[in-house]
Design a binder for this molecule. Sequence first.
Ligand code: HMG
Ligand code: MG
Length: 306
Amino acid sequence: MKLPTRVKLIDVGPRDGLQNEKQPVSAEVKIGLVHRLQDAGLKEIEVTSFVSPKWVPQMADNAEVMHGIRRKPGVRYSVLTPNMKGFEAAIAAPREEWPDEIVVFGAASEAFSQKNINCSIAESIERFAPVVAAALDKGIDVRGAMSCTVGCPYEGEIAPAKVGYLAQLMKGIGVQRVDVADTIGVGTPRKVQAAMEATLAHFDVAAVSGHFHDTYGQALVNTLAALELGVWNFQSSSAGLGGCPYAKGATGNVATEDVIYMLHGMGIETGIDLDKLIDAGVYISQALGREPNSLASKAIRTKRAG
Ligand code: HMG
Ligand code: MG
């Protein structure tokens, strides 16, 4: 199949990237990251999550971050909302501070659903349904994240049929597009394609994105495997930040810098300025006191230093 000529990236660094950080990261730094990402040309940014601060303390400043960001026209800002309480908190601010899109997040694995959001898959869909309806009613778009579509830290390998089942449930409650997530980065190309194909049975290819953690170094080949199926939406984190607090051992998302280097090298457009993005990754890495977790960033910075 001919590969897509253009790819859209959602940088999930401010949310997925930072949610697992044990050290406090100020709202100011998070806002600074969002600004640098949009200045680099990102058109979609996952900013924060309206989850329980007891479960994920790092996201407790969600409202402050949403209030502080300077919106750039044409950029879509999304937030995670697991239940009505989270959705109501996300729209408690004036309308101009509302997210453009909310994300309900479920799992293809029962055990992970319990660990991450404290309910079964069926219960999660019951909780999401009113959230989806309320968002659509208010003109806010809805995405559904599907965790553990290839493997689960508690259940092991996940059959594609379970992914298809979750995708069908998401579709049934009005979710407009879905993320096929390899939460713990265990996937390899054929397995990722099987999870994608199970999802594509229920959603149009334009409504499916790949969300690959890079724990086993497979995220870039998995991205290519998804591109081969025509998928052209992907999620990644600048500087390769990330991990889920309820997925032990899961490391960061694939680095946005590495994905862009690969795509641009293949002649696939992203609209993103790689140099500016590298600087965004350096900014957040310095705030965290470490080096960016991206080989493309490292190589290009070494060359720059000449
Ligand atoms: P629960 O304990 O079952 O909820 O948690 P509850 O309804 O029984 O409420 C318990 C307490 O939490 C109450 O407070 C509620 O008010 C409060 P208390 O009376 O004890 O003081 N509460 C909330 N507070 C703020 N915001 C809310 C909210 N809801 C309840 N929205 C819940 C259920 C879903 C809330 C909890 O399990 C939770 O917050 N989980 C978050 C898990 C999370 O954020 N995980 C990381 C994101 S998912 C991810 O990273 C994967 C992804 O990247 C894709 C991939 O890679 O796989 C998306
Ligand atoms: Mg994730």
